[in-house]
Design a protein around this ligand. Structure first.
Ligand SMILES: [Zn+2]
Length: 273
């Protein structure tokens, strides 16, 4: 099997057997999961999940999400920092770093970010989710009505993909001069430890590295990127002009902190692993 990102060969990396309930029950008939890693870019993925039938994959997602979204359940999950993301989007728009007139939250779940943006920042963020349709129908874009957007936000989806197409579908919605905002975990090296926190939910199937993301953004035609530690988001920009660095410097001065980091290519912020 070749790497979804760079097409180089992959090899066996590690296995995980889910013993923690309720995940062990969800995974009982699937059994031990085998992860493979790319020899070139370090991108790591579950070969076991990739071989599930679409029906079995859908059922696993339903089971796990029903547990994670149950208010009574112990979370230990990683809910995105919605308020910080909303504030970041407002700041990026104010400084012309992204265009806020035509945005989409792709794989938005129940639309929490959209509601926070509307209520506290008076910004309209339409949402799309392939699986969630029971939320606020006024905000949802139907699949057949998806178009092109200046700014696409994608939170907590890159770690759930099974195919390259799942990733390309998101990028294809971004205009030629647009931005893709990503919230996921991207590290230097995926740890060879089945107990690593990101391996915990059995619906996490893909693990991105600084190198794999830098390759992916080049393939997709993004020239530069920003990272916002408080919102835990990367902003991939198709353009790279001198004014980006100037705007970032102005924002950081205004907020009296290193609120945004900017570089040509990918901001490899997380070096820890
Ligand atoms: Zn690779």
């Amino acid at each position: 099997m070749h790497c979804l990102i760079c097409q180089e060969p992959t090899s066996y990396f590690l296995s995980k057997t889910y013993t923690e309930q309720p995940f062990a029950a969800h995974m009982e008939d699937i059994g031990t999961v085998d992860y493979f890693k790319c020899s070139n870019c370090g991108f790591t993925f579950s070969k076991t999940h990739a071989s599930l039938s679409p029906e079995r994959w859908a059922k696993l997602n339903l089971d796990v999400h029903a547990f994670m979204e149950d208010p009574a359940a112990e979370k230990k999950g990683n809910q995105p920092p919605y308020l910080e993301q909303a504030a970041m989007i407002k700041i990026l728009i104010e400084h012309g770093l992204i265009n806020g007139t035509n945005m989409l939250d792709y794989a938005a779940g129940h639309g929490t970010l959209s509601r926070v943006l509307e209520k506290y920042f008076q910004l309209h963020l339409p949402i799309f989710d392939e699986y969630v349709t029971d939320g606020d129908v006024k905000r949802y874009i139907l699949k057949e009505n998806l178009g092109l957007y200046n700014t696409v936000i994608n939170s907590a989806m890159f770690e759930h993909v099974l195919t390259r197409e799942d990733l390309d579908k998101v990028n294809q919605l971004v205009t030629d001069d647009g931005a893709l905002i990503l919230h996921t975990v991207i590290c230097e090296n995926v740890p060879a430890d089945p107990e690593w926190f990101y391996f915990r939910p059995p619906v996490h199937t893909a693990f991105h590295t600084n190198k794999s993301m830098s390759i992916l953004m080049q393939q997709w035609g993004y020239a530069s990127s920003l990272y916002c530690p408080t919102a835990k988001c990367w902003i991939l920009l198709k353009k790279d002009t001198d004014s980006i660095a100037a705007s970032v410097a102005q924002i950081n001065l205004e907020l009296q902190k290193e609120y945004l980091m900017y570089t040509k290519g990918f901001v490899d912020y997380w070096k820890g692993f």
